[in-house]
Every structure is written in structure tokens, then in C-alpha cells.
Design a protein around this ligand. Structure first.
Ligand code: ADQ
Length: 465
């Protein structure tokens, strides 16, 4: 059995409860194969790297899994991580060309850090390892590994959207970046729309030929491409909901809001999540449906993320002012329409919060998948479930058709859908939730990882090299 080697910008210890989705998804395969997880430690080293060898790789055992990490220096952090990954790729792949900072130094640093990852990883590899690389920080990693002679089977999964060809073409390095994907044997994207975007891009820019049902041939190599929508671990999430803290949270929220109808948003504070538009839609709900006064209460949790990038500061100020204005204009002595929380909320408290809410607002302007939508469904009481209002621009919308799908740019339309969700008869809520839960259960995170790894094992490795 081949050893699984996972590479991602950040790693998590799969044995720790708070490790999160990816760790839970990969735990089984990593443990079964005595695997290795390689990535950045999250630490910034003061001095420049002079070791030139393996001395700066930190190895740590987690059961029979090895966690291997390297530190970054301040310059790499500023240019590779904040600069290119989060200041160029994140906005461009979320269609926000206006927010991208196309500084050529960032692209150079991105390549340099990918080379550093490849060099350090190369020394740890065995000939029959299967390598699974994750996300936009590491797109050129396989190309760098191949340049160093790596002949292993390598797969890549992109957690964020693949933009349409003309948006991609605005990226000064688009040709290099997309060509580098052809060093992988299998590329997994979240949705069929993403696959269509990538296919059209390589057909128009690189005259790629389709091979069989899921192959693309260009640059003298063939890769397989497919939609592998990521899911959640429903059992782990249900266990969290039934644990003491989950239950306590639910009871507390139900008591606190017994006379109110609770609406909930849970996001990282990020411009892709459509937060100002959501607050505008909630304001529109209060303006057009006055029966919600003194009743509908929006709890919006927006935890800080990547605070050093300027765009996030603007968003934070915008949210502060929008939420303050609604409370000032509509609030009563005993009713605050919006509770805006700009802090982290512990994962174990989320299920109770989800379950106490009548409606979840998951309305990103663009999102690779959005797991909050799936977690909300999993946390509901099937006999009296809350309703999901979901952006058609979230990857999850491809699977979750029974939610109320909205265009988040259409403020009136979204307000109308929220009203529909708040007043939906029990029978219809149960019917929709039943279909949604079935799909969230069937297409869970284990289904996702095993589908991807089975397809990777199945690739006719190295074709065309
Ligand atoms: P994210 O943009 O981080 O991830 P998302 O899928 O919404 O997005 O959330 C991932 C996890 O973070 C979920 O388990 C959620 O509960 C948790 N989370 C989010 N906000 C939180 C908060 N304020 N407090 C506590 N926990 C919070 C990227 C892509 C997504 C894709 C995921 C997985 O942008 O589109 O779904 O990867 O592939």
C-alpha cells in the first residue's frame, strides 16, 4: 500500500479535536498508510535560511503519522503568503480583479517558496508515495517537484473557485500558472462550473484536446480533471451537537431568543462572503416586512482573518457602520436587530447556534464550496428544521438545490427569500431539509477524499512524459 503524503500551506494534527475539516477528512487515509503531512509551521523565522539542507524541517509524530513543517522568513510571509497567495490569487480567483495587487515581486516570491517546499519535501519522499497537494498557495508545486526528478503520482485539489478564462487571463502569470497544473496527474475542483472554466481556458489558450471522458492533453502531458465537491463529517458534527457544550449552547440561545426569530451568519471576515450585501438585505427585510420588527434578530459572526491585508480593514469598518446604523434606526430598548461579533467562535459551540436558528444566511458573492451551509443542515432538528438561504454563487449551490437559492447582489430578491424562509410552513421545511440532509450525508467528507484518492490511484500515471 502506497504511503499518502499530503501537502498544504498549513497543517493540522489529525488527532486534535479542533483540527478541522481537512484533518478529519484525511486522518483515516494518513493513519492507514502511515502517512506524512507537510506544510508551513505557521511560524515566522527571524534569520534568513542559511542551512541549505534538511536541518530546517521539523518532524513530529502524531501516532503513526508524521507531521513535517518548515518555517518561513518575514520576507516570504509578506510576499508569498500575504502578497501573492492572498493579495493576488485569492481576489482574482474570486473574480475581484479590482482588489488584486499585481506586483511582480510577489509572483517571484511565490515561485521561490514553492521551490523551497519542493526541495524540502523531495528529501522526504519514497518512490511509491502518492502525493496530494492542496489549494492555491501551492499550484506550481508538482512542476517544481517534477523539475527535481520526482516521478510520483501527484494530485491537486483547489478549494477555491476556478475563474472564467477571461478573468484568469488578467493574471500576468496565467500561462505559467495554468501550464504548471499539467504536472499533476489529477486535478480536482469543487464544482462542474469550475471544471468548465478550466477546460475552456486550456482549450482556448493552449489548444488542449479532450481525452476520454475526463482527460485533457496539452503541453505534451495528459491530466485528468473532475469535480470533487468537498463535504463535512456529518457524524463528527452530530457528535459535537450532542456533546455538553453543543447542547448547553442550544438551550441558552433558545431561552435568550424565545420571543425572537433568529437568523444566523457564520463566516470569516472576507470580502468574498458578501457580508455588507447580506446586512443590506436584512435591512430591506425590516423595511418591507414590518411584522419582523421586535422579532427577527440577525447574529452575524465574522471572525478575523488575514487582518494585515488592507481590504479587510475597509470591510471591517463598513460592517461596523452598517450594523450600527440598523440598530440605531430600528432597535428598541429591548430589541437589537443585529448582533455583530467580530471574534472567533469555538467550533464546538457552532452546532448549538445553528440548531437554535430559524434561518441561516450563507450568501457569498463567490465561494469555492462553503461548508457552513452543510454544517447548518447537519445540525438541524429534522422534525422542525431551520431553512437555508444560499447564494447561487457558492459552490454548495450545485448540490443543495432544495435550499432557497438567491443572487446576493439582488438585495430585494434576497430580502424576499429571507421572508419566505421565515414563514415557510413546517411541512415544506421538513421536505426540503430531508432531501438536503440526505445529500449532505451521502456526499460527506469521506466520500470526497476516497473518490479523489481512488481516481488518483486510477490515473495512467506519467502519460505523455
Ligand atoms: P473558507 O473560506 O474558510 O474555506 P468555509 O467552507 O465557509 O470556508 O468554512 C470552513 C470551516 O470554517 C467550516 O468548518 C466553518 O464552520 C468554519 N468557520 C467559518 N467561519 C467561522 C467562524 N466565524 N467561526 C468559527 N468557525 C468558522 C475554503 C473555501 C471554501 C471551501 C473550504 C473547504 O473558501 O469555499 O468550502 O475551503 O474546501
Amino acid at each position: 500500500m502506497s504511503r499518502l503524503v499530503v501537502v498544504s500551506n498549513r497543517i493540522a494534527d489529525p488527532r486534535k479535536a479542533a483540527a478541522g475539516g481537512l484533518a478529519v477528512a484525511l486522518k483515516e487515509s494518513l493513519q492507514r498508510t502511515g502517512g506524512l503531512w507537510f506544510g508551513w509551521s505557521g511560524k515566522i523565522r527571524d534569520a534568513p535560511d542559511t542551512s541549505g539542507g534538511q536541518s530546517d524541517v521539523q518532524l513530529q509524530a502524531s501516532g503513526n503519522v508524521t507531521l513535517a513543517t518548515i518555517d518561513l522568513n518575514q520576507q516570504d510571509y509578506d510576499t508569498y503568503y500575504l502578497g501573492y497567495a492572498n493579495g493576488v490569487l485569492w481576489p482574482v480567483f474570486h473574480y475581484r480583479l479590482d482588489l488584486a495587487n499585481f506586483d511582480t515581486h510577489f509572483a517571484t516570491a511565490y515561485r521561490r517558496v514553492n521551490q523551497l517546499f519542493a526541495r524540502r519535501l523531495m528529501a522526504l519522499l519514497r518512490p511509491d508515495d502518492v502525493i496530494w497537494v492542496h489549494d492555491y498557495h501551492l499550484i506550481p508545486l508538482a512542476a517544481e517537484l517534477r523539475a527535481m526528478g520526482c516521478g510520483n503520482r501527484i494530485g491537486f485539489f483547489l478549494h477555491i473557485p476556478m475563474p472564467p478564462p477571461l478573468i484568469m487571463a488578467a493574471l500576468p502569470e496565467h500561462e505559467w500558472l495554468m501550464r504548471s497544473l499539467f504536472a499533476y496527474d489529477l486535478v480536482g475542483l469543487q464544482t462542474e462550473i469550475d471544471v468548465t472554466h478550466f477546460t475552456h481556458y486550456v482549450e482556448s489558450e493552449a489548444h488542449a484536446q479532450r481525452v476520454g471522458t475526463d482527460g485533457l492533453r496539452a503541453f505534451n502531458r495528459t491530466l485528468r480533471i473532475g469535480a470533487y465537491p468537498i463535504g463535512i463529517d456529518v457524524d463528527e458534527f452530530t457528535a459535537l451537537a450532542n456533546a455538553k457544550e453543543g447542547r448547553d449552547m442550544f438551550v441558552r440561545m433558545r431561552e435568550e431568543y424565545s420571543r425572537r426569530r433568529l437568523l444566523l451568519g457564520v463566516d470569516r471576515l472576507d470580502y468574498s462572503k458578501g457580508l455588507p450585501q447580506r446586512v443590506h438585505a436584512f435591512r430591506e427585510l425590516l423595511a418591507h416586512y414590518p411584522e419582523n420588527h421586535n422579532s427577527a434578530t440577525l447574529i452575524q459572526i465574522a471572525s478575523p482573518s488575514r487582518g494585515d491585508v488592507g481590504a479587510y480593514e475597509d470591510l471591517r469598518r463598513q460592517m461596523d457602520s452598517l450594523c450600527g446604523a440598523i440598530n440605531g434606526d430600528y432597535g428598541e430598548l429591548d430589541w437589537m436587530p443585529v448582533r455583530y461579533i467580530h471574534r472567533n467562535v469555538a467550533r464546538r459551540r457552532l452546532p448549538g447556534l445553528y440548531r437554535a436558528s430559524r434561518v441561516a444566511l450563507v450568501t457569498p458573492l463567490r465561494d469555492g464550496m462553503n461548508l457552513v451551509a452543510k454544517e447548518f443542515i447537519a445540525a438541524q432538528d429534522p422534525a422542525d428544521p431551520g431553512m437555508l438561504v444560499l447564494s447561487r454563487f457558492a459552490g454548495a449551490a450545485e448540490q443543495l438545490k432544495e435550499a432557497l437559492l438567491v443572487n446576493p447582489y439582488d438585495i430585494q430578491g434576497t430580502a424576499h427569500a429571507i421572508q419566505k424562509a421565515l414563514t415557510m410552513p413546517l411541512e415544506e421545511r421538513v421536505r426540503r431539509h430531508d432531501a438536503l440532509l440526505r445529500r449532505v450525508r451521502e456526499q460527506d467528507v469521506h466520500w470526497w477524499s476516497s473518490r479523489f484518492l481512488d481516481a488518483l490511484a486510477d490515473t495512467s500515471h506519467g502519460a505523455g512524459d
